[in-house]
Design a protein around this ligand. Sequence first.
Ligand code: PEP
Ligand code: MN
Length: 345
Amino acid sequence: MVGLVIVLKEPVRQEDIDKIVERLQGVGAEAHISRGQYKTVIGVIGDREKVMQIPFEAYPFVEAVVPIMKPYKLVSREFATGTSVVKTGNTAVGPPNFSVIAGPCSVESEEQVLEAARAAREAGASLFRGGAYKPRTSPYAFQGLGIEGLRILSRAREETGLPVVTEVLDPRDVTQVAEHADVLQIGTRNMQNFLLLKEVGSANKPVLLKRGMSSTVEEWLMAAEYVAKEGNGNIILCERGIRTFETATRNTLDISSVPVVHALSHLPVVVDPSHATGRRDLIAPLVKAALAVGADGVMVEIHPRPSEALCDGPQSLDLREFKEMMEELRGLCAGFGKTLQDLQG
Ligand code: PEP
Ligand code: MN
């Protein structure tokens, strides 16, 4: 297997792209076209022997052929002409937007979800989150409302217009969850559940892929490659903290992974300070850190009454705290070249 990128000379003509694509198809290789503001590139994945026989540089419209040395190809930075933008509903995650995904840890009732969703929308969030299937450390803890939870999430979308992000735990549930969700979340515990990754890779919905709590950046990108390889390139990466010796926070937020990933991959990256820290008092400062470090957004847990939450109350902002955080964020975004995506704006 080989991965390489063919950079085309400007101005690019469609017939030239077609010539290369035809040649690649002739040897059973895949061609992925990426048109950027300044450059058009064709990413190639195929059998090494066969692809290397094609004299790409002999075509007068080819500027350069760059091999991709990394183990991941489709998600590597070279494979696209800039950071990708993942569109869902009337919102988009990726430059220049700073997207705020907000909602409760789990769907507990229609009332709780609708109250949180209205507040999320009003404060300027661009996506709504909530778990219908919950991956809990204890089998005795609340496991989520399942299909009823999915229906409640659909109602929240109908009422607020916010696209819904929700976790899928089991490959057998992907079709059903995809009927209700706008974005399929893969949780930290499932980052290397390869069957699940393949299944969401064949689904027709964007995927939010959380970093495994004990995974390296390279393992995380290889997990994303599994999804992309099945044909689904609409992937949002989510840094949610990793395990270290530190016990002051639930996990340790590896904020450096944001620029590290941006240098290695074209996928947009959001930060989840809620699961990273487990502490409500750290959410606002770390949301600002995420903006400053170049993240494409954040995922934040909110709850109308955190003290009554069935899951993750201590890390959830109440609705007033969330509103205040959003007001401060709104003033800061422009200074970092970002637009706070606001469906009302
Ligand atoms: C969640 O976002 O609901 C969740 C369970 O997060 P994580 O997989 O990061 O623990
Ligand atoms: Mn949670």
